[in-house]
Design a protein around this ligand. Structure first.
Ligand code: GLN
Length: 486
């Protein structure tokens, strides 16, 4: 098994391993399987080796929390001098002139960025099939999707290429691929981590978070990337406590876990339901109390999410006009060229079909005659969902659900049925609509050896509780130690 963040940092800090050797190993594993899995859009061999060398020469490397740790960055997070595509033809050659705040934080902590990972174009999708750079493949079964949209990051961790990857989560894009690839994925509280340098999908929902093999590694990473950032007006001023400190302090007999039974009554794959119930049994055996809770409006989360997110996406994506950013379509057919024609030619060719669907949906719901009926109503129901969660979290410490109603499906299985694809987001979108933190951790496998994940949602800015509850379960089980056969 490849080493964890904690192990690498310790070995490099103590001088037992050189960062260049760790980096070389990571790059070799990427080179060995990226051809099959398509996890990375860009791999940065020279840059990474140079960085690793600098860490080895660093006089205080024993004080760097991520000394020599190879990390992968989702390709919608800006990296200076290294292309950031958002998996779109529109940004195929885009090189950001600055680093995202999270990238700066990782590098300052001693991390070595090895590349940029594949995703659904502009983080719209649930399978990493909507990528202009080709679908990514699940390392447990390359005929299946890795989940999405942070599919490349999930694969990179699951396949042992890197122990830590960053993803972004607008409606489940960290947690759902984490569950489908058998790794840990954390969506922090909205505002916990700076979004500066994250290519916006839906600004009131987007959040960056870590994907790792263990909960402890996710906590180490969150320590590094969390905190207020003057460059992101929505980033919170909430103090950041050491996320690793409380990990082992959870008293299981004081833990109250809420289960929204009525939401879980139908539409869940039987193997997922079985693994979920077994996970609850494990918690109960540890002494936790399982409490039935009601989230009466959570059943409406999918339409609310797809109204709010497409509305925001349609305005965020207006900037890709062929003038300021990236791609501009050539005028081969010598059309009568005015600005409008250039815009529409560029957008018609630069965006993929799912992105166009979202822009059209979002423009429609924001249009004068429909704004009240769709957008405003969705925002009202969003408030009701938030109140449901607030009330439930007064009775319980965490809320548990499966992360995804199904394990990884086959490549191509849902591409022609967007509605089916959207419905798979039922358990993840509420954390974004409410801003609450949520984590997915491995909780079992199907008979076909496909990973299954359980999701824990907690109170605002209380990542510590969901992570310590997750850590408790992880230490009691061995799912996280299984690795795919590559
Ligand atoms: N599947 C959801 C969507 O397509 C979530 C995507 C995400 O979290 N970026 O919008």
């Amino acid at each position: 098994m490849t080493p964890t963040v904690r192990e690498i940092q310790g070995a490099v800090a103590r001088g037992e391993r050189r960062a260049v050797d760790v980096c070389h190993d990571a790059l070799s594993r990427i080179d060995a399987s990226n051809g099959t899995l398509n996890a990375f859009i860009t791999v940065t061999h020279e840059h990474a080796m140079a960085r690793a060398k600098a860490i080895d020469a660093h006089p205080h490397r024993d004080q760097l929390p991520l000394a020599g740790v190879p990390v992968a960055i989702k390709d919608n997070i800006c990296t200076r001098g290294l292309r950031t595509t958002a998996a779109s033809k529109m940004l195929e050659q885009f090189v950001a002139p600055y680093d995202a705040t999270v990238v700066r934080a990782l590098e300052a902590a001693g991390a070595v960025i090895v590349g940029k990972t594949n995703l659904d174009e502009f983080a719209m999708g649930s399978s990493t099939e909507n990528s202009a750079f080709g679908s990514a493949k699940n390392p447990w079964d390359p005929a299946r999707i890795p989940g999405g949209t942070s599919g490349g990051s999930a694969i990179a961790v699951a396949a042992g290429m890197v122990p830590l990857a960053l993803g972004s989560d607008t409606g489940g894009s960290i947690r759902q691929p984490a569950s489908m690839c058998g790794v840990v994925g954390l969506k922090p509280t909205y505002g916990r981590v700076s979004r500066y340098g994250l290519i916006a999908h839906a600004s009131s929902l987007d959040q960056i978070g870590p994907m790792t093999r263990t909960v402890e590694d996710a906590a180490i990473a969150l320590n590094v990337i969390a905190g207020n950032d003057p460059a992101d007006a929505t980033s919170a001023h909430e103090p950041v406590t050491d996320m690793t400190a409380r990990l082992s302090s959870m008293a299981p007999d004081r833990l109250r876990i809420g289960i929204p039974r009525s939401l879980l009554e139908q539409g869940i794959d039987p193997e997922v339901a079985r693994a979920f119930n077994t996970a609850l049994d494990t918690y109960q055996a540890l002494g936790a109390t399982i409490v039935d809770i009601a989230l009466p409006h959570a059943g409406a989360a999918i339409p609310v999410y797809y109204l709010v997110s497409t509305a925001e996406a349609s305005s965020n994506l207006a900037r890709y006009d062929g003038v300021r950013y990236g791609f501009r379509a050539a005028n081969e057919h010598r059309e009568q060229d005015d600005l409008q024609t250039m815009y529409s030619r560029t957008r018609a060719r630069g965006f993929g079909s799912e992105v166009k669907r979202r822009i059209m949906l979002g423009t429609y719901v924001l249009s004068a005659g429909y704004y009240d009926a769709y957008y405003l109503k969705a925002q009202r129901v969003r408030t009701l969902i938030r109140r449901d969660y607030e009330q439930a979290l007064q009775q319980v410490d965490v809320i548990a659900m499966p992360t995804s109603p199904t394990p990884a499906f086959r490549l191509g299985e849902k591409v022609s049925d967007p509605l089916q694809m959207y419905l798979g987001d039922i358990f993840t979108v509420s954390a974004n609509l409410t801003g609450l933190p949520a984590i997915s951790i491995p909780c079992g496998f199907t008979a076909d050896h496909l990973p299954i994940g359980v999701q824990l949602t907690g109170r605002l800015f209380d990542e510590a509780t969901i992570m310590s509850a997750a850590h408790l379960y992880e230490r009691q089980t061995s799912w996280w130690t299984r690795v795919p056969n590559l």
